[in-house]
Design a protein around this ligand. Structure first.
Ligand SMILES: NC(=O)c1ccc[n+]([C@@H]2O[C@H](COP(=O)([O-])OP(=O)(O)OC[C@H]3O[C@@H](n4cnc5c(N)ncnc54)[C@H](OP(=O)(O)O)[C@@H]3O)[C@@H](O)[C@H]2O)c1
Length: 347
């Protein structure tokens, strides 16, 4: 079997998981070259990697580069993404910088793998909440076109990166050591750098910043809208969304209320989920069975449950999706894209 030289830019929450996913899925990698902001050694899952400082020539000879650096003008993808393509690699980017770029396919391999066929060297991984939501919705949409969707997310702190995981952990420990009581769980002198408010024992109805083009909405909410339209190929799909940060370490959950073109029964929806790739049905309210972050975290499949008719809208259906944001929402989806490209003879 052909072996590939794999580059990895960024070794935070997502980058670290990418190494694990590459090894777990036995990706045919003859080399894993890790780049970050500075040179050092890092131990990941029992292996020591010599991390190199990211510079143009560090991409030479690589077949595929998975980007897991931070976003924005000083972020890895903007600085180095197209440089890596120029030097002969296929880039798969986890960030938001190029997702809506017309040159860039935005891909969930179980949903729109055919978008890869027209790639120009640069592929984007969708936002974690978009992936988890569409893993539940897209198979239903294929059977019965979606007309409208309202989604409310419950997103874990790992979605903000490694520093936010440490911040929630530190706040919980500070509470335990503080002598405070449940009636007084606000902590006066606690570290608050990942979020503008304490996240322990709180929920924050803001993920990202205010989106200029969508007054009143956040950048994360806009991603759900625009990315879902691009992936499903329905440019005028109506989507309402509220994204909420919750004090959970790993796995995002989404409550979805959707309207379809034709009537659906919960039994039909369960049958579709049972036979779709990458999802598992966990749906028995009578025994309190539904997907939970603590059960879903570190796993590959997106759990779907709480399937029921939403009688507030014509042909309405409600469901609950829960998936590991670092794995299916990022690292695993990116590696699956690389695998799909190999399967299609694109790398
Ligand atoms: N966390 C999630 O659930 C999730 C889900 C989907 C998508 N994403 C996206 O995936 C990306 C990575 O997220 P994360 O949560 O892993 O972030 P993170 O924990 O903050 O780690 C960021 C990594 O990027 C490196 N980096 C930053 N700027 C760089 C540059 N200019 N050149 C080279 N390396 C650079 C950092 O290097 P140093 O280690 O040297 O500082 C660090 O290793 C982001 O774009 C994020 O939006 C995250």
């Amino acid at each position: 079997m052909k072996q590939y030289k794999v580059g990895l830019v960024g070794i935070g929450a997502v980058g670290t998981e990418m190494v694990k996913v590459l090894r777990q899925r036995k990706f045919p990698a003859s080399e894993i070259r890790i780049l970050a902001t500075r040179e050092r050694d890092e131990e990941i899952a029992g292996e020591t990697f010599h991390v190199l400082e990211t510079k143009a020539e560090a991409f030479d000879g690589l077949d595929v580069v998975l980007f897991a650096g931070t976003e924005g003008s000083k972020g890895a993808s903007k600085m180095w993404g197209w440089e890596a393509v120029k030097r002969g690699a296929v880039v798969i980017d986890n960030g938001d910088d190029f997702r809506m770029d017309d040159r860039v396919p935005l891909v969930i391999p179980e949903i729109n793998p055919e978008a890869l066929d027209k790639h120009q060297g640069f592929i984007a991984n969708p936002n974690c909440s978009t992936i988890i939501t569409l893993m539940g919705i897209a198979p239903l949409h294929r059977a019965n076109p979606l007309k409208h969707m309202t989604a409310v997310t419950f997103q874990s702190v790992s979605g903000t990166g490694r520093a936010a995981i440490d911040e929630l952990d530190a706040q919980v420990r500070a509470y335990a050591a503080s002598g405070n009581t449940p009636a007084n769980a606000g902590l006066a002198n606690v570290q608050k750098s990942a979020y503008p408010h304490q996240i322990a024992f709180n929920v924050l109805p803001q993920i990202g910043s205010a989106k200029k083009e969508m007054p009143g909405f956040t950048t994360e909410e806009a991603k759900m809208t625009f990315e879902s339209r691009k992936i499903l190929g329905v440019p005028d799909l109506q989507i309402g969304c509220t994204c909420v940060r919750v004090p959970v370490f790993f796995a995002h959950s989404v409550a979805i209320h959707a309207q379809f073109t034709n009537p659906f029964t919960p039994e039909q929806v369960r049958e579709i989920i049972k036979t779709s790739a990458g999802v598992k049905l966990i749906d028995d309210l009578s025994t309190s069975q539904y997907p939970l972050p603590l059960d879903i975290q570190h796993g590959d499949a997106v759990g779907i449950g709480r399937i029921r008719i939403d009688s507030s809208r014509e042909n309405g259906m409600a469901l609950w999706c829960c998936g590991d944001n670092i794995r299916k929402g990022a690292a695993q989806n990116a590696v699956q894209i690389a695998e799909e490209m190999i399967k299609r003879g694109l790398i």
